[in-house]
Write a protein that binds this ligand. Structure first.
Ligand code: FAD
Ligand code: MLT
Ligand code: ZN
Length: 483
């Protein structure tokens, strides 16, 4: 793709305007006036170091009024922008493609209010997810979303990507939990839809458009969100299993026997666990090695009741040989340790060079078939093996089993056109044939842009474009991305 010539190039005059508006502290500048206050590089490249833009300006507004003035000026002057939260996104959506101005939300990081009776939290979009959850923990509540990037991602970024994470199975999607949104449109209009009502049937639910829009129609500045009471009794079990069929049986049994206390059911294949073991050097949780593992978490309010249920579940899955071995954690340290075998996968995958990541919704019965089929395909093409002659290190699968969300990952020894040709559109066609989704929870960004049609038909694309044109008629919001 080429830089769109309709966008203005940044000048000293623009920079002067922003500096006067925000103060030099909040305008990280590179190249234009040679007085950079901070390294601009981290804002230009994404978490995976796969995408790199060339912005010369990062703006950090402190409140919605400042942001409104920034956006109105950008809109009037045809300056393209990229909204950026914690920059932990995995589809290249949070960094510029060319010289778009980065608008980073990190200075808008205040909790605005929390109601202990209703459990509704109202907070700035730039609050880091972990900070929000720690704040809630002190008040015996839990943020309804948790994911491996919690220490850096922002709740505004979570809402903008409609992130799913580790406990969607229990708390549901952000489309249900987000009760209100405050946002700024490209023309500077402040959209105040920051209601805190659980029920509100008054016409179109416009806030839903911002959930998962990936910064293409406006910038979210505030969020109100329904939070549940924090469970006092949390237990985690980690199992080794002989096949994917057994994982499905374990999941069915967990749903039946653990029912309302089941709070997560995560799938990891043996290859991911060996990789974590190899890269971190940590001893594996179980003695033997198994082709599949799953992590089951329960959260409830009564320790004895939960322990009793869990015990019955454990006995059943062990005796009926649904699982071959398992270990249990019931204190914070052990629980964190077991979770690290699941949450740590993302980080270790990039260890050898690169990784092709696919985040897919697939009917649960066929979910792991894709990993096998992809591995067969790459093996037949002679691309998988040990040593530098083979571009592909491995083909692995893990994910949110309870949500039928597979993460198919292909760690490689660097970028390879040959590997890419084998994978795409193969993976997308495979998913389309099963009426799955090419993006379950990470979004589309730039990575999935050429493949949207595998999950959205022409009419849906047309309707999406109409919305985009309505909210962002000049197209300055996160251009070159999926829409
Ligand atoms: P960014 O990466 O900064 O931005 C993501 C997108 O949202 C971009 O398009 C950006 O333009 C837009 N955006 C950001 N902030 C705003 C805003 N305020 N207003 C409008 N648009 C905005 N994702 C999951 O769904 N589930 C997981 O389990 C999960 N685990 C992860 C684990 C690791 C280790 C990592 C690195 C990532 C993981 N992710 C996961 C992906 C990522 O963390 C999420 O997509 C997260 O929600 C992004 O938040 P962020 O603040 O970092 O947003
Ligand atoms: C996860 O579930 O670990 C995240 O979505 C990140 C990833 O896909 O690697
Ligand atoms: Zn995930």
């Amino acid at each position: 793709i080429k830089r769109d010539s309709k966008f203005t190039k940044l000048t000293e005059e623009h920079v002067k305007f922003f500096k006067e508006l925000l103060g030099s502290e909040s305008a990280v500048i590179d190249g234009v006036t040679q007085d950079a206050t901070e390294d601009i590089e981290p804002f230009n490249s994404d978490w995976m170091r796969k995408f790199r833009g060339h912005t010369q300006l990062v703006l950090k507004p402190s409140n919605k009024e400042e942001l409104s003035k920034v956006l109105r000026y950008c809109n009037e002057n045809m300056l393209a922008v990229v909204p950026q939260g914690g920059n932990s996104g995995l589809v290249g959506g949070s960094v510029p493609v060319f010289d778009e101005i980065v608008i980073n939300l990190q200075k808008m990081n205040k909790i605005r209010s929390f109601d202990e009776i209703s459990g509704v939290l109202v907070a700035d979009a730039g609050v880091i997810l972990e900070n929000a959850d720690n704040y809630l923990a002190e008040r015996n509540h839990i943020f309804p979303l948790d994911l491996g990037a919690k220490g850096s991602c922002q709740i505004g970024g979570n809402v903008a990507t409609n992130a799913g994470g580790l406990r969607l199975l229990r708390y549901g999607s952000l489309h249900g939990n987000v009760l209100g949104i405050e946002a700024v449109l490209p023309d500077g209009t402040i959209v105040d839809d920051l209601g805190t009502l659980r029920k509100n049937n008054t016409g179109y639910d416009l806030k839903q458009l911002f959930i998962g829009a990936e910064g293409t129609i406006g910038i979210i500045t505030g969020v109100s969100i329904q939070c549940a009471a924090r469970s006092q009794a949390v237990n985690v079990a980690y199992f080794g299993l002989e096949s994917y069929e057994k994982v499905q049986e374990a999941y069915r049994t967990a749903k039946g026997q653990l029912a309302e206390i089941l709070s997560a059911f995560e799938l990891m294949d043996g290859r991911t666990q060996k990789l974590v073991n190899r890269v971190t050097g940590k001893k594996m949780p179980l003695e033997g090695e198994y082709p599949f593992y799953c992590l089951v978490e329960t959260s409830g309010s009564n320790t004895d009741h939960d322990a009793e249920k869990l015990q019955a579940f454990l006995e059943h899955v062990m005796e009926s040989e649904i699982v071959l071995d398992g270990t249990l954690a019931d204190n914070q340290t052990q629980i964190k340790e077991l979770w690290s075998w699941r949450e740590g996968i993302t980080e270790v995958l990039g260890h050898e060079g690169g990784v092709y990541k696919y985040d897919l919704s697939i009917p649960i019965s066929e979910l792991y078939d894709l990993v096998n089929d992809t591995r067969d395909r790459l093996t037949e093409a002679g691309l998988v093996g040990d040593g530098p002659d083979y571009p592909v290190v491995d083909v692995v699968g893990y994910g949110h089993m309870g949500d039928a969300n597979l993460h198919l990952n292909i760690p490689t020894r660097g970028f390879s056109k040959e590997v890419e040709k084998q994978l795409e559109p193969f993976v997308y066609e495979w998913v389309q044939k099963r009426n799955g989704s090419i993006s379950a929870e990470h979004g589309l960004g730039v990575t999935k842009k050429p493949y949207v049609s595998y999950s959205k038909n022409e009419t849906m694309m047309k309707l999406m474009k109409q919305i985009k044109d309505l909210y962002d008629p000049k197209g300055i919001m996160n251009p070159y991305k999926y829409i």
